[in-house]
Structure formats: C-alpha cells, structure tokens
Design a protein around this ligand. Structure first.
Ligand code: SF4
Length: 163
C-alpha cells in the first residue's frame, strides 16, 4: 500500500492502528464517529471551490493560493495532524506546488489557538522521509500488540482490539 495521509496520522497516534489500516483490515466505514466526521465534512465543504481535492494518494481539504488547509474535529493529536499535513506539502512540492500548511481545529482542548501554521523545511522533510521508511517497515512486519491509549475508545478498531 502506498503511504497516504491517514497512515502518517495513524503512525503517530497508534502503531497498531497504522498496521491495521495498511493491511486493509478496514472497519472505519462501520464506525459511527467516522460517519459523523464525513457528514461534517460534506456539510462544511458542500459547493465550495477548491475543497476536497484528490491528487495521487492524498486528499486535501482545501487548497488556496497560499495554503493547504486541513480541518480537524479536535486538537487531540496535534503531532499526528502536523505530520499528515507536512506529507501533503511534500507531495504537492514534488508537483511544483509550494504552499504553507494550515491546521484548523473545530474544538480546541489542549491549546489556546484554533489554527496552527506548518511549514515544510529541509529538516522536517528529511524527518518525513525517515517516518515514511519506518512506516513501510512497520506495515510489513507483525501486527503490533494492543496498547490502551487515550484515543482507543474513539478508534474504529476498538472492538477489534479489545472485545
Ligand atoms: S483501539 Fe487503541 S490499540 Fe487498537 S488500533 Fe485503535 S488506538 Fe490502537
């Protein structure tokens, strides 16, 4: 499976979730929270220009002249969201499209700002290459052990892991 934004996000959130998604044990469509997320997305972007653009294996919430914008329901996992967006910036850069990233959170619980600006520089681009290499190794290996983390109860794989 090609690396995509979801895999990058899951890699930071939970290695097992990343493995399960990559190996196509895909329960997300049956999970209510994901459906709500999709519905919110449709309402938010319905009939708006430059919204939900698919390029290769990435799906971008919004592209403007200056920014790639990624909307998240909450700021529960900022690091995962940041690297997912950096990955989008990298894919676009390879196509000659240079942009700055902007993360916009509908709910802010961990921090005071609803928006975070993310820039792709040499340092995080190299780090991203390492992350992609690590993900490729992870998904080819054995399934990681179950490890209870804060987001488990909201995860699409909760029943698979714990019941
Ligand atoms: S339920 Fe928890 S351990 Fe299982 S994949 Fe989801 S986040 Fe990871």
């Amino acid at each position: 499976m090609d690396i995509n934004g979801t895999l990058i996000n899951y890699y930071f959130h939970c290695k097992r979730q990343c493995w399960l998604h990559a190996n196509r044990i895909n329960l997300e469509n049956e999970f209510e929270l994901v459906d709500i997320g999709k519905a919110m997305h449709e309402i938010k972007f319905n009939n708006k220009k430059n919204s939900e653009i698919k390029i290769d294996n990435i799906s971008i919430d919004k592209l403007t002249n200056d920014y790639v914008i990624e909307y998240k329901k909450s700021d529960a996992d900022i690091e995962a969201a940041k690297w997912q967006l950096l990955f989008y910036l990298k894919v676009l850069k390879e196509k000659g499209i240079d942009r700055t990233g902007k993360l916009i959170f509908a709910e802010k619980n961990k921090q005071s700002k609803k928006t975070i600006v993310v820039k792709l520089d040499k340092e995080n681009e190299n780090e991203l290459l390492n992350i992609m290499k690590n993900i490729n190794e992870l998904i080819k290996g054995d399934i990681p052990e179950v490890k209870l983390i804060k987001g488990c109860k909201k995860c699409a794989f909760y029943e698979y892991c714990f019941l």
